[in-house]
Structure formats: structure tokens, C-alpha cells
Write a protein that binds this ligand. Structure first.
Ligand code: Q9C
Ligand code: ZN
Length: 701
């Protein structure tokens, strides 16, 4: 069982006939260069070549209105002026006399591919098409897209092949809103899209591209949007660069990625590796310092698959996977401005092959950097053919902003998916997370299961997944948002149901070492409270808990705080902000080394004992303060507004080696802080029932 490659030369006929900087990137060379690279690498020859056919008008009607199809049919006879005028009625669209023919071939290619896979002629395949499809809607062209190739293929798979569950993975860097609209109330099609979003400031500027668009009615939970929100700093924004075939390097070496020098846009020539060096680095390796990592990269994409797409996909258990395969999400693309390297698409493809018995049909969408596009297409075809992917290069730590997006979509989808409701589970995925027979969510439409040999064995899939997990620095979401450590007297307090009483104590010996210098901690009650405080602190530093509240007897407060600060600094915290509200004295031996910022809010007087030890009055008591102290605190005495912030770095101390507590284990044996724990106070993840929580989390005694 092989891999199909569906193509037709006629699809290079449509091209822009007038000046339009937005549309000129969607050019015929996208197809010719990609195909040329596939030939050069001997990949085309390994595929079953299928000549694309035109989709019939009936097939187009699976998605589009008869009026819209008729309108498109009419464009064949229009002159350039009329074509331009009609194009202007749509967003980011150009028509050409051959557009109708090309667009019917593009949709037909997707249909042929689905037929080839579902009849068992091939295992999987790629349709190299243009115009692309995923922005196109029932009665509207949009974003270079005329007919919605992937949506038509999905409808066809349902109608002609009787499929009940189809997964569409849209890794193009733009939101395929067309696909979303077509299937938003359809639970038989699970649509996943990631897209550059920038909080709604990136094309197509739609609210419904955000994580809270989850589908409607029966289709609730079957639309999954993962927006990328990190915004490039203005001075780092790249001017779109028109691709030009004449400027492309011609890699002679069979090895990968001599493209890096040309894929990385905007670098000064001397910064780009030049010449015949076939091992030239990619973005994310030694170019980091020259080109900051602003766009999403390999780690973000893999994290999105492992933490969002795959859990849902295993639970959905599709019979067919359609990929809206846009490669404007790859490094070098002028639209996406992302960092993911071409081999990442081999890994993503391989991950998808564990689904639907390996039935993966990919249909080209965007991708406007000719060389990056071609390399990525080659990587995907190699993975479809079963070749092992090249290792991923570059940093494997996801961007913070990516983790926030992942958390957000997981929270939005959690009500609809069992696999997102297991709070205590580490984010480890394996095929065993597939819903056992009979326990499939009632939301899922049933249907005949395909029983065919799996391309990848489960063992291979587990190896592929765990090697990726090893590379990713990902840790479980804190299963517990807030824990409370109370002394006995406070136990009558009524707490919200999802706050857990944290009863355990730090090890006795360790506590004695910490408490020894403090008379106030000699008392049993204070000593016991300290134990709970320290255990809670460790739980937070370990990433088990996001935040906590502890009670301690008043006379021991300063000493307890002092120990907590020292312990925090000796473990993992590089810098610590301590906000003390009320008449609390500064711990006596609080170091002034810049690692702790002590801010005491109390009384009437502002005082800055040092840059890092500051006392400020409550806002209601502002009057009558010494203006010199005010200035030192960064306040203006007249209006209470803050002075301009000090220049970045001014208050950032050099960080010394953390002080080590004699009893504490070596730092290396402790878990690093969880990047999935958010520090901004928003819920990290949805909450399960508190019963389940306390059962799974009550520490062993
Ligand atoms: N710089 C596809 O990739 N222009 N369509 C956006 C923002 C329209 C993209 C301008 C981009 C359409 C299939
Ligand atoms: Zn795109």
C-alpha cells in the first residue's frame, strides 16, 4: 500500500493579471518548484502518480451554492477588467479565465485522493493543488481560495463512502474559517486549526478564530481552534518578500536544508551561511542571536499536537484524516513568519499516521516561500512514504505564549472531551489513551469501524511519541490550583470546594534545622505551622500546586516568613517578591543582595531602607509623606501617579548561586518548574470534581 501524489499541470495556469501585492504570493511556481524538488529527491517516483480530474458541479454542490458555482463558471468568459472588478468583491482574491478549471481540478484532486485511500488503492497521499481551499465558503471566495477542496472531500467521504468520523487537521498558518463554517454544527467532522492570531489582529481578523469557538448545537466540541498570539515586536516585523524563482538557490546536495540561508529572511548577507555548505543551520540553531525566536516553532507545534490535537483525536477515533496542508506555517514564509523547520512536518505527519489506520489525505493549502514550501512538501511526502523523519533541530522549549494558548483551548474543550478531564494525569500520550470499545462518548456518532492493517505498529507509535516527549520540556499542569495549610483553630473556615486542605508537613529533621535559629519557632504550635507552610511551599515550587494560603501564629509570623524566604531561595527561586501587609517586621537577617524584594504595606510613612527593602503606606494614608522618599519609591507626590518605569534591567540584580539548605536535596534531583503553571492568576485548567481530586492528590502519609 503506497502513497498517492495527485497533480495536474493545468493548475499552474491561473495567475494574477494585475498589480496586487497581497495576492501575488499565490503564484504558479508554488506548484512547479515543489514538484521539481520531489523529483530531484526521487520522491515523486516512489509515489503512485494520479492525474487530477475536475470535480463535477454536483460534487462542488456538496459545499457550495448553485449560484456561486454558476458565478464561477461565468468567470471563464470575462476580460481582465471584469475579472479584477469581480475579484474586488471578495477579500484577498484574484480571478483568472482559467480559475474555474483550476479550482475544479483542485477539488477533484482532493476527491480522487480520498477515493484512492478509501478504496484501498493507496494507504495515504498528497494532492498538490492550487487554488487552495480552506478559506472558501458556501457562496464566497476568500483568501486565494475558490472552492473548499478539503470540505468537499470530507462531505464526499461521508456521502459516497459512508464514513461517520472524519478528522480535519488544518496546519496552514491562517484560520480555515471556511471549513469551520461548513462543519460547525456537524459532529461527524472534527476540525482542528492552529493559526496566527495575535489576539484578533491578524488576518482574517475573526472572533470566531479564538479558542471559545467550539462549534454549535450537535457540533459542540468538534471545532478546535488554537490561536497563536505572540506578537512580533514592531522592529522585528519582516517586510513581505515576493518569492522569485530566479533568486532561489539550487541545492545539489541530497542532504536537507541547505535552504536555511535563503529561508531565513531579513538577515544581513554576512549573517547567512553561504556557499555549498549543505549542513547550513536552520533557524533556531546558531542563528538565535541574530534572529530572535518570535514566531512559533517546532516545540510549539509538537506541543500543540501532544497536548491538544492528539488527545482529542484518539478519543474521536477518526476513520479518515484530512490534512489542510498549508506550509505558510514553516520558517521563512512571509505570511506566517513562524520558525518551524521543514522536518517538523515529517514529525506531524508521522504523528497523524497513528490515527485512522494510517489513512491520511493531505491537500495543499498555503505556503508562499517557494523553497521552504518545497522542502516541507518533501518532508511530508517522505513521512507518508514511511521514511523515518530527521531529528528536529533547534530549541525544544515551547513559547510561554504558546502554552497559554494550549491551556486556553484545553479549558474551552474540556467540557466536551474526557481526555481533557483527567487532571492528575501527566501529559503523556500513547495509543492506549484511545477510548476503550463501548466507552465512546455518546456525543460521537457511531458507525462501522474500518478494520485494516495499521501502518505503524502501536510500539512504533509509542516510541515516536515518547522520543518527542523526551525532547519537550513539558511537565504536568498543576493538578491543584490552590491549597490551604491551616492550623487546627482555623479548621472551621468554609473554603470553596476546589481549594484543598494541605495537611502534610515538611520532614521533621529538615524543619528543626530551619527553626533552630528562631526562638519564636520553638513553640509546638508555631513549629507545626512552619512544617505545613514549608510543605505547601515545596508543593508550589514542585509545580503540584499553583498557589496557597497558610496560617501561622502571630508571634511566629516574621520568623516563619524568614524561613520560607530562605527556603524558597535555596531551592529554585532566583528572585522573590515578598509583600507584607500590616504591622509585620522585616525578618532580621533578610539579605539585601537583590534576590528578595521586600515590600511592606503599612502605617503612614514611606521608607526605603534600601532599593530592595521598601515600606509604603496604604493608599488612604498617602498625605504628609516625605517627598524625597516618594521619589525613591517611584511615586509623584502631587497626583499619586507612578513615574516612568526605570529602564529595563536596572532593578535586576545579578543572580548569585542559590543558598543551599544543608538538609535540602541537590537542585538537580528536583523537578524543574512547570511551564504549564501560569503565574497570572487565571485558571490553568478546568477543574474536575473535588472528590476525584482529593482522592488522587491526598499525599501519602
Ligand atoms: N498579511 C492561504 O494561505 N492576506 N491564504 C493576508 C496579512 C491574505 C492566505 C494579509 C492571505 C490569504 C490559503
Ligand atoms: Zn495560509
Amino acid at each position: 500500500m503506497g502513497t498517492a501524489l495527485v497533480y495536474h499541470e493545468d493548475m499552474t495556469a491561473a495567475r494574477l493579471l494585475w498589480d496586487d501585492p497581497e495576492c501575488e504570493i499565490e503564484c504558479p511556481e508554488r506548484l512547479t518548484i515543489a514538484l521539481e524538488r520531489l523529483r530531484q529527491r526521487g520522491l515523486e517516483q516512489r509515489c503512485l502518480r494520479l492525474a487530477a480530474r475536475e470535480a463535477s458541479e454536483e460534487e462542488l454542490g456538496l459545499v457550495h451554492s448553485p449560484e456561486y458555482v454558476a458565478l464561477l463558471r461565468g468567470t471563464q468568459a470575462l476580460g481582465t477588467g471584469e475579472l479584477q472588478a469581480l475579484s474586488g468583491q471578495y477579500d484577498a482574491i484574484y480571478f483568472h479565465p482559467s480559475t474555474f478549471h483550476c479550482a475544479r481540478l483542485a477539488a477533484g484532486a482532493a476527491l480522487q485522493l480520498v477515493d484512492a485511500v478509501l478504496t484501498g488503492a493507496v494507504q495515504n497521499g498528497l494532492a498538490l493543488v492550487r487554488p487552495p481551499g480552506h478559506h472558501s465558503q458556501r457562496a464566497a471566495a476568500n483568501g486565494f481560495c475558490v472552492f473548499n477542496n478539503v470540505a468537499i472531500a470530507a462531505k464526499h467521504a461521508k456521502q459516497k463512502h459512508g464514513l461517520h468520523r472524519i478528522l480535519i487537521v488544518d496546519w496552514d498558518i491562517h484560520h480555515g474559517q471556511g471549513i469551520q463554517y461548513i462543519f460547525e454544527d456537524d459532529p461527524s467532522v472534527l476540525y482542528f486549526s492552529w493559526h496566527r492570531y495575535e489576539h484578533g489582529r491578524f488576518w482574517p481578523y475573526l472572533q470566531e478564530s479564538d479558542t471559545d469557538a467550539v462549534g454549535q448545537g450537535q457540533g459542540c466540541g468538534f471545532t478546535v481552534n488554537l490561536p497563536w498570539n505572540q506578537v512580533p515586536a514592531p522592529h522585528l516585523r519582516l517586510p513581505p518578500r515576493a518569492p522569485h524563482p530566479a533568486r532561489l538557490p539550487c541545492p545539489t546536495a541530497p542532504g536537507l536544508l541547505s535552504v536555511a540561508q535563503d529561508i531565513l529572511p531579513g538577515l544581513p548577507p554576512e549573517a547567512k551561511p553561504r556557499g555549498e555548505d549543505a549542513t547550513a543551520p536552520l533557524a533556531g540553531s546558531n542563528t538565535d542571536t541574530l534572529w530572535p525566536q518570535v514566531g512559533m516553532g517546532n516545540a510549539d507545534y509538537v506541543a500543540a499536537f501532544l497536548h491538544v490535537l492528539l488527545p482529542l483525536a484518539f478519543e474521536f477515533d477518526p476513520e479518515l484524516v484530512l490534512v489542510a496542508a498549508g506550509f505558510d506555517s514553516a520558517v521563512g514564509d512571509p505570511e506566517g513568519q513562524m520558525q518551524a523547520t521543514p522536518e517538523c512536518f515529517a514529525h506531524l505527519t508521522q504523528l497523524l499516521q497513528v490515527l485512522a489506520c494510517g489513512r491520511v489525505c493531505a491537500v495543499l493549502e498555503g505556503g508562499y516561500h517557494l523553497e521552504s514550501l518545497s522542502q516541507s512538501v518533501c518532508m511530508m511526502v517522505q513521512a507518508l512514504l514511511g521514511d523515518p523523519p530527521l531529528p528536529l533541530s533547534g530549541p525544544m522549549e515551547p513559547h510561554r505564549s504558546a502554552l497559554e494558548s494550549i491551556q486556553s483551548v484545553r479549558a474551552a474543550q474540556a467540557p466536551h472531551w474526557m481526555s481533557l478531564q483527567q487532571q492528575d494525569a501527566a501529559p503523556v500520550l500513547s495509543p492506549s489513551t484511545r477510548s476503550p470499545e463501548g466507552s465512546i462518548s455518546p456525543l460521537l456518532p457511531g458507525g462501522p469501524e474500518f478494520k485494516a492493517p495499521v501502518v505503524q505498529t502501536e510500539a512504533q507509535a509509542v516510541v515516536a511519541l515518547s522520543s518527542l516527549l523526551d525532547q519537550l520540556r513539558l511537565y504536568p499542569t498543576p493538578p491543584l490550583r490552590t491549597a490551604v495549610a491551616l492550623t487546627e483553630l482555623d479548621a472551621a473556615l468554609v473554603l470553596p470546594p476546589d481549594v484543598l486542605h494541605w495537611e502534610r508537613s515538611a520532614p521533621q529533621k529538615e524543619m528543626q534545622a530551619w527553626a533552630r535559629p528562631h526562638e519564636a519557632l520553638a513553640q509546638d504550635k508555631s513549629f507545626n505551622a512552619l512544617g505545613k507552610v514549608l510543605y505547601l511551599l515545596d508543593s508550589i515550587l514542585d509545580g503540584q500546586v499553583s498557589s496557597g494560603i497558610a496560617a501561622t501564629p502571630a508571634p511566629a509570623a516574621a520568623a516563619t516568613l524568614d524561613v520560607a524566604i530562605q527556603r524558597g531561595l535555596s531551592h529554585r527561586a532566583q528572585r522573590l517578591l515578598c509583600v507584607a501587609v500590616g504591622q509585620l517586621d522585616r525578618p532580621l537577617d533578610l539579605a539585601d543582595d537583590g534576590r528578595t524584594l521586600w515590600l511592606n504595606i503599612r502605617g503612614k510613612e514611606a521608607a526605603a531602607l534600601s532599593m530592595f527593602h521598601v515600606s509604603t503606606p496604604l493608599p488612604g494614608l498617602l498625605k504628609g509623606c516625605d517627598p524625597v522618599t516618594w521619589r525613591r519609591l517611584g511615586w509623584t507626590s502631587q497626583n499619586g501617579h507612578r513615574d516612568p518605569a526605570p529602564r529595563a534591567g536596572v532593578n535586576r540584580p545579578r543572580t548569585g548561586r542559590p543558598r543551599q539548605c544543608p538538609e535540602a536535596g541537590p537542585a538537580s534531583t528536583r523537578r524543574p518548574e512547570s511551564p504549564l503553571a501560569c503565574a497570572d492568576g487565571r485558571p490553568c485548567s478546568p477543574r474536575p470534581g473535588s472528590k476525584q481530586l482529593s482522592e488522587s492528590l491526598t499525599p501519602p502519609s
